[in-house]
Design a protein around this ligand. Structure first.
Ligand code: HSE
Length: 313
C-alpha cells in the first residue's frame, strides 16, 4: 500500500509571534510512503523531481537517507506510540518548498510523513496526536500547526507538553510577498544566535505587540497591524546572519499600503504584508538592496493557503 500527502509551505513567527504564529502558503511538498512487502529491504528515502524521477543524490547531500532522516524519525515515533516498529518503508519526497529558507520545508516533510504513515496504519492518531509528534520532532509547533491545518494559526506547547492551537481569520485582502534569497540559513544556526534570557522590557514588548497583532487580524485593523508587526525576541539577533535584512525592513517602514516586513521563520526569506500596494515595487525595493550584495532573490506574491495537508487519492 502507498499513500501520498500534499503539504503546504509555512511562514512562522510573523514578527512578534516567535515560536507561536504561523501561516500556510501555496507552495507544496508531496510525501509518499510505501510499505514494501519484501522483508529486509529496510528504509529507502528518495528526493524526487516534479516529474517523479529520483534526483541526483549529490544535490541533497546534507539530507540523511537513513534512520536519522526527520521524516523517518517522525514516522518511527508514530509507530512506537501504538507499540509498533516501522520496518520496510520507501519514502519519496517531492519538494517545491526551497530548503533552509524559513518556509517550513522540514515541517512539511515531517507532517506529510506522519499523515501518510497514519493512513497506512489505519489512522490510529487524531489531529492533536499528530501535531504533538510533529512538534516533538520540530521543537516548536509554529510551522507544523499551519502545515496540518492550513490558514493562520496560533499554537503553543504548554508546560505539560500538550499543544493548544486555534486558527485565526487572516484578512483575504492582505497580500503576502515572500522574498526568497539564493542563500541558505539553517534553523539550528539561526536559533544558536538567540540568547537564553532576554530583558524584561523586551518580553513585555513582544507580549504587547502579539496581542495587538491578534486583534488587528481579527478586526482587519491595518493601522494597528502596522504597529503590531514588531519584534525584539528574535529578529534583532538574526540580523547579523541575513545581510541586508535591516535595510529591507527599514525601507518598507514608511511605504503606504505596506503593513510590515518581517523575517519568515528563522530566515533568510523576508515576508512583506501589504494591501493595495504595487507589488512590482516590493520586488524593486528588495532587489535594490540585495543585488548589489550579489544576492539573487525570487519574489512571489501569494494568498494564504486555507487548506492544510491533504491525502491525495
Ligand atoms: N519559530 C522558529 C524560529 C521557526 O524562529 O526559530 C523556525 O523553524
Amino acid at each position: 500500500m502507498k499513500v501520498s500527502v500534499k503539504v503546504p509551505a509555512t511562514s512562522a513567527n510573523i514578527g512578534p509571534g516567535f515560536d507561536c504564529l504561523g501561516m500556510a502558503l501555496p507552495i507544496y511538498n508531496t510525501i509518499t510512503i510505501e510499505e514494501t512487502v519484501l522483508p529486509g529491504t529496510g528504509i529507502e528515502i528518495n528526493m524526487m523531481s516534479e516529474d517523479e524521477n529520483v534526483i541526483d543524490e549529490m544535490s541533497f547531500d546534507d539530507i540523511p537517507r537513513d534512520e536519522n532522516n526527520i521524516v523517518y524519525k517522525a514516522v518511527e515515533m508514530l509507530y512506537n506510540s501504538i507499540g509498533q516498529e516501522p520496518s520496510e518503508l520507501k519514502i519519496n519526497i517531492q519538494s517545491q518548498i526551497p530548503i533552509t529558507r524559513g518556509l517550513g520545508s522540514s515541517a512539511a516533510v515531517v507532517v506529510g510523513g506522519l499523515i501518510a504513515a497514519n493512513k497506512l496504519l489505519g489512522s490510529p492518531a487524531d489531529e492533536t496526536a499528530l501535531l504533538s509528534i510533529a512538534t516533538e520532532v520540530e521543537g516548536h509547533p509554529d510551522n507544523v500547526a499551519p502545515a496540518i491545518l492550513g490558514g493562520f494559526v496560533l499554537s503553543s506547547q504548554e508546560d505539560d507538553g500538550s499543544i493548544v492551537y486555534r486558527k485565526l481569520n487572516w484578512p483575504e485582502e492582505w497580500d503576502i510577498t515572500v522574498c526568497i534569497p539564493d542563500f541558505e540559513l539553517s534553523t539550528n544556526i539561526a536559533r544558536s544566535v538567540l540568547p537564553q534570557d532576554v530583558p524584561m522590557q523586551d518580553a513585555v514588548y513582544n507580549a504587547k505587540h502579539l496581542a495587538m497583532l491578534v486583534q488587528a487580524v481579527n478586526t482587519k485593523d491595518e493601522k494597528l497591524m502596522k504597529v503590531a508587526l514588531q519584534d525584539k525576541l528574535h529578529q534583532p539577533y538574526r540580523e547579523k546572519l541575513v545581510p541586508g535584512m535591516k535595510e529591507i525592513m527599514e525601507a518598507f517602514k514608511h511605504e503606504d499600503g505596506v503593513l510590515g516586513c518581517v523575517l519568515s521563520g528563522a530566515g533568510p526569506t523576508m515576508l512583506v504584508i501589504s494591501h493595495k500596494y504595487d507589488l512590482d515595487k516590493i520586488k524593486s525595493i528588495v532587489k535594490d538592496i540585495w543585488e548589489p550584495q550579489s544576492i539573487k532573490v525570487d519574489v512571489k506574491t501569494l494568498k494564504i493557503e486555507p487548506k492544510g495537508a491533504e491525502i491525495l487519492e
